[in-house]
Design a protein around this ligand. Structure first.
Ligand code: XIL
Length: 392
C-alpha cells in the first residue's frame, strides 16, 4: 500500500487508513473520527510480491543461487518470544547478524559478569536452521549518543593499561567462545568521524594510535579461521569516508594485518535522495581491488514525505544491483521486518536529527512489513539478486 503525504490528522482520535486501488495507482485517505484535514494524493503502486509460505522463500533462494548471503539483524528475545519472527528469519534469510547480543555492553555488563545467553541463543538458532552468523560488533568506536556498545565500567577505565586489559581480554573471550561457529566479525565499527574521513575521538584511543590493527590481531589470534571486517556508516553520502576507508584498508593490508572484509552499513537516513549513481559500486570496486570482501551490512531505507514507497523500492533495487555488480558477497538488512526497525526508536531519532526531520514515524524501512509479509522492496531485491551480472 502506498504511504502518501497530504493527509493531516488534526484530531487526537484513533485513525484508520483506507485504500483503493484505481488502475495502476493507489489512492489512500486517512479518516479519523477527530477533526481531520485530508487530501488524497495519487501514487504509483509498486508491484506487490506474493506472500511466501514455502520453506525457502525467493530472497533466500536467490541468494543461495548466486552464492551470497542475505541477512537480517536479530535479537535473541524476538527469536524466542515470537515464533513468527523465527519462522520469517528461517524462510527469507540465509544469515543473521547479532543486533546487540555481542556488543560488550551486553556480553560483559560488569567486570565479573559474562552474559552469554542472548548470543548463544542467536548462534544456536542459526546452527539449527543452517544460517550463517555475522558477529556484531567488538569495538564500536564512535561515541555519538553513548551508544557505542561499551559497558559503562569499561568506558570509565581511564587507566590505559586497565582499559587495554579489559578490552583485549573481552575480545579474545568473545571471539574464542564462538570459534568455528561465527565465521564473520565486525571487529571495528564506525571508526570515522561524521562527515569527514578522520578517526573519531573515542575511548579506544586509550589503546594507542594503532589500535585498529591491534584489535584485528587479537581477534585473529582468538579464531584464526574467522573473517575479520571493518564496518562503516554513511559512506554513500560522504565520499571522504570512503576515501579514508580505502586508505586505511590499503595500509592494513600492506602491513599484513588480518583484515578480510569491509561492511558498508547503508542506513539511508541522512537524506531522502537516492545515493548518487555509481557511489556504491565505485567504492565496492576500490575496496575489492585491495583484496577484501565487501557487503552491505545494515541496510534500511525509511519512508517520509520526500521518499515514497516507489522510491524506496527503486533505492533498494539500485543499491543492491550496484553492490552485486561490483562483487558484494552479502546484503543484510537492519531488522527482520518493519516492526523491528531501530530507526523508529527515540534514541536513534535523537542521535540523528535528519532522520527525525525527513522520515516518518513509523518509517517502514525494511523488506518485510509489520506482519512479516514481503513488500515491493523485497521483490526488487530478489530481482536484483537474480538479474545483476557478477563482475568478470
Ligand atoms: C543499534 C541497535 O539496533 C539498537 O537496538 C541499539 O539500541 C543501538 O544500536 N549502527 C550499528 C548498530 O552499527 O550496532 C546499531 O544498532 C545501529 C547503527
Amino acid at each position: 500500500m502506498g504511504r502518501l503525504g497530504g493527509c493531516v490528522n488534526t484530531g487526537s482520535a484513533r485513525s484508520r487508513l483506507v485504500s483503493w486501488v484505481v488502475g495502476v495507482s493507489v489512492i489512500s485517505m486517512l479518516f479519523a473520527t477527530g477533526a481531520t484535514a485530508c487530501v488524497a494524493l495519487p501514487a504509483p503502486a509498486p508491484p506487490q510480491p506474493p506472500d511466501c509460505t514455502d520453506p525457502v522463500c525467493p530472497l533466500a533462494a536467490a541468494a543461495r543461487g548466486r552464492g551470497i548471503r542475505v541477512g537480517a539483524a536479530v535479537e535473541a528475545d524476538d527469536l524466542i518470544s515470537n515464533p513468527a519472527v523465527a519462522d520469517a528469519v528461517r524462510r527469507h534469510f540465509t544469515s543473521v547478524t547479532t543486533e546487540n547480543a555481542l556488543k560488550l555492553s551486553v556480553v560483559r555488563p560488569s567486570p565479573t559478569l559474562w552474559n552469554w545467553g542472548p548470543a548463544d541463543t542467536v548462534v544456536a538458532f542459526a546452527e539449527t536452521n543452517d544460517l550463517e552468523v555475522r558477529g556484531h560488533t567488538l569495538a564500536w568506536v564512535n561515541e555519538s549518543g553513548s551508544q557505542n556498545g561499551l559497558p559503562a565500567w569499561m568506558r570509565d577505565l581511564n587507566d590505559p593499561s586497565e582499559f587495554r586489559t579489559a578490552i583485549l581480554d573481552s575480545v579474545s573471550a568473545v571471539v574464542g567462545r564462538y570459534q568455528g561457529r561465527v565465521d564473520r566479525w565486525d571487529v571495528v565499527n564506525e571508526l570515522f568521524e561524521y562527515p569527514v574521513g578522520v578517526q573519531a575521538p573515542s575511548a579506544f584511543d586509550r589503546l594507542g594510535p594503532d589500535y585498529v590493527a591491534e584489535l584485528f590481531e587479537v581477534a585473529h589470534a582468538a579464531d584464526p579461521g574467522a573473517e575479520l571486517w571493518l564496518n562503516e556508516v554513511f559512506t554513500e553520502v560522504f565520499p571522504a569516508k570512503g576515501d579514508a576507508l580505502v586508505a586505511l584498508v590499503s595500509s592494513l593490508r600492506d602491513r599484513g594485518v588480518p583484515i578480510h572484509g569491509v561492511g558498508l552499513q547503508t542506513h539511508l537516513t541522512l537524506s531522502p535522495a537516492a545515493p548518487n549513481p555509481g557511489s556504491v559500486s565505485g567504492l565496492v570496486a576500490r575496496l575489492r581491488a585491495l583484496g577484501v570482501e565487501v557487503a552491505i551490512t545494515e541496510f534500511d531505507v525509511p519512508l517520509g514525505p520526500l521518499r515514497t514507497e516507489q522510491q524506496q523500492v527503486d533505492i533498494y533495487r539500485q543499491v543492491t544491483a550496484e553492490c552485486l555488480s561490483a562483487g558484494c558477497t552479502e546484503i543484510t538488512v537492519w531488522g527482520v521486518g518493519d516492526a523491528f526497525t531501530t530507526l523508529d526508536t527515540a534514541g536513534q531519532r535523537q542521535n540523528n536529527p535528519l532522520l527525525a526531520a525527513f522520515f516518518s514515524l513509523p518509517s517502514t524501512p525494511l523488506l518485510l512489513d509489520v506482519n512479516l509479509r514481503p513488500k515491493a522492496a523485497y521483490a526488487a531485491v530478489v530481482a536484483a539478486l537474480q538479474r545483476t551480472p557478477t563482475p568478470g
